[in-house]
Design a protein around this ligand. Structure first.
Ligand code: GTP
Ligand code: SPV
Ligand code: MN
Length: 591
């Protein structure tokens, strides 16, 4: 491995502060993987699963207080508070370095310090970025090996230069009082301490590929987004690529791996997975928007995953997978709520406590996760690691909304679409610590991940649109609308392809729609319902746009925009005011 001098010096500096037992440079080799896995098993970090039934699979139980991202402990440390915006927690960089820096003194005593070079994006792509993560967690190393291109491949990408993002991680004492996830975008640096969990600790993912990358994208003219990327192959044989931004645990992985229902499969539809969580997008010389997946694996929600909901994920996680916080059955296999098998009579829950179907608590943590190599997914696209990515026809924005938002509708222009995405709101999930089911604004599904002032970010979106002669069409979807009985009205999962069909139709100038005050809504018959039991009355409920509901929505948007003051782009306020006018008109016509 070609180690740049600057990296060597930085590691020495950190080792002098954290005083580890020894330093291990990770090269990403198979031999190293075997050695680190054995080490993790010996120290109880990983529990081997039944190797006959689940080759290469392991279980990890995290600390019970460390099971989700900690948004309230996540900070953007920029010179001014204004640069971070009201969407982020802010800490002065000097203060952060003093206060949190002190926590690193001697923190790795008795533990190894691993140096993990990693590449976000395909090898050989001019758009890929290199990070180096220092960590004292072997679990982090083993996860990074699945989620990124790790080791020699990353340092080779540097070609002797020292353009890498410094990522410093320590488990610390796993004390929530001493837990911080800090980003220094002005210095290309990330500091994380006190958590070993996913988005807090695998620093290539949310910290680098979204928060730091969104900042870099603003300077360099591209976008880093919380988006899946998929390709829909139609019976005609052409493939249309679509991105989908949904907040955490709102359906990206499931949509990315969609299996067409029998009627559509027979007709010749196929869905290809390019990415399930993060997309880096840039305008191409052809005036289209191109997307690539910077990750190499999936860190997906386990509960609810089954052969019925997501067979591609089930196959992807059958081998070489790390399971975090699921239940363990007596035969050494795993189980979770929503699994195809019935509840086991006796199992150990995610904390290792005896569990039976009469137990009061769930067997798996609601935010239990799998870490699996993307290449293992049966629907993985032949272009998933293409250095240029794929050209995007449509972008969809989805969220959990029991009420108000129809199954699907289309924005009238790019500017209207940016406004639609900026006003996205969703009911909170178990992916972040805090209450579940509370409605909050989550623009572009990026509220926890935008590394700078979100209103400036909307401006950047508008600016990107100005560089696109063939901009993707923008849509809003909602799989989660409920009826009077509180049940979901739409069957979801594979059947979501029926909505994608309309989306693709609209991109090619087809697909029936009615222009309403929120945008183009499909007519009842525009969504193909052959083979599913969704009666006309239910379809009408799914597509209903209610004037009173939207009057409330406009008022709440106003309050949200006010938080960002003068940073809100004029074009966004224009769209907001135009919507308010259209809603008022609709109310008048109604009376
Ligand atoms: P992150 O990894 O946290 O960013 O989440 P994600 O957006 O990839 O969410 P994921 O696809 O893992 O879905 C989370 C939960 O939503 C799971 O429990 C799914 O079963 C459920 N879900 C996904 N798609 C649908 C759908 O179409 N309908 C319904 N009702 N539930 C869905
Ligand atoms: C999310 O919370 O959106 C995730 C999981 O994708 S984590 O990597 O923990 O952020
Ligand atoms: Mn995510």
């Amino acid at each position: 491995m070609q180690i740049p001098e600057s990296a060597r010096r930085w590691v020495e500096e950190i080792a002098a502060i954290t005083t580890p037992d020894h330093v291990v440079w990770c090269d990403g080799s198979a031999e190293e993987h075997a050695r680190l896995t054995a080490e993790a098993v010996k120290t109880g970090v990983l529990i081997p699963l039944n190797q006959e039934r689940m080759p290469g699979c392991y279980l990890h139980r995290s600390h019970p207080n460390d099971v989700a991202r900690s948004e309230h402990l996540t900070f953007i440390c920029t010179a001014t508070k204004d640069a971070a915006g009201p969407n982020n927690n802010w800490m002065d960089p000097g203060e952060a370095r003093t206060k949190v820096g002190a926590l690193y003194t001697g923190v790795m005593k008795g533990r190894p310090l691993y140096v993990v070079p990693f590449l976000m994006g395909p090898p050989g792509s001019p758009f890929s970025k290199v990070g180096i993560e220092i960590t004292d967690s072997v679990y982090v190393v083993l996860n990074m090996r699945i989620m990124t291109r790790m080791g020699a491949v990353a340092l080779d990408h540097l070609k002797g230069r020292d353009h890498f993002i410094r990522c410093l991680h320590s488990l610390g004492e796993l004390d929530p009082e001493k837990r911080f996830i800090l980003h220094f975008p002005e210095d290309n640096e990330i500091w994380s301490i006190g958590s070993g969990y996913g988005g807090n600790a695998l620093l290539g993912k949310k910290c680098l590929a979204l928060r730091i990358a969104s900042w870099l994208g603003k300077q360099e003219g591209w976008l880093a987004e919380h988006m899946l990327i998929l390709g829909v192959q139609t019976p005609a044989g052409d493939t249309h690529y679509v991105t989908g931004a949904f907040p955490s645990a709102c359906g990206k992985t499931n949509l990315a791996m969609l299996v067409p229902p029998p009627e559509l499969a027979e007709a010749g539809y196929k869905v290809w997975t390019v990415g399930d969580d993060i997309a880096w997008l840039r305008p191409g010389a052809d005036g289209r928007l191109w997307a690539l997946n910077p990750e190499a694996g999936f860190f997906g929600v386990v509960p609810g995953t089954s052969m019925k909901t997501n067979p591609n994920a089930m196959r992807a996680i059958a081998t070489n997978t790390i399971y975090t916080n699921v239940a363990l059955r007596s035969d050494g296999t795993v189980w979770w709520e929503g699994h195809d098998d019935p509840s086991p009579d006796d199992a150990l829950d995610w904390q290792g406590r005896p569990w039976s179907p009469t137990s009061a608590e769930p067997a798996a943590h609601p935010n239990a996760r799998f870490t699996a190599p993307a290449a293992q997914c049966p629907s993985i696209s032949p272009l998933w690691a293409d250095p240029n990515g794929v050209p995007i026809d449509a972008m969809i924005f989805g969220a959990r909304r029991q009420r108000v938002v129809p199954l699907v509708y289309q924005a009238t222009t790019w500017q209207h679409g940016v406004f639609l995405a900026a006003t996205l709101a969703s009911e909170t999930t178990a992916a972040a610590a805090g209450k579940v089911g509370v409605l909050r604004r989550d623009p572009m599904a990026m509220l926890p991940f935008c590394g700078y002032n979100m209103a400036d970010y909307w401006g950047h979106w508008l600016e990107i649109g100005a560089h696109l002669s063939k901009a993707p069409k923008i849509f809003r979807v909602n799989w989660f609308r409920t009826g009077g009985n509180g049940k979901f009205l739409w069957p979801g999962f594979g059947e979501n392809l029926r909505v994608l069909q309309w989306v693709i139709d609209r991109c090619s100038g087809k697909g029936e729609a009615e222009r309403t005050f929120i945008g183009y809504v499909p007519t009842r018959r525009a969504i193909d319902r052959q083979g599913i039991d969704v009666p006309d009355t239910v379809m009408d409920q799914l597509l209903h746009v209610d004037r009173i509901d939207w009057l409330d929505a406009v008022e709440s948007q106003q309050l949200f925009f006010e938080k960002f003051g003068a940073h809100v782009p004029g074009a966004i306020m224009e769209e907001h005011e135009a919507l308010a006018r259209r809603v008022a008109e609709a109310l008048q016509n109604f009376e």
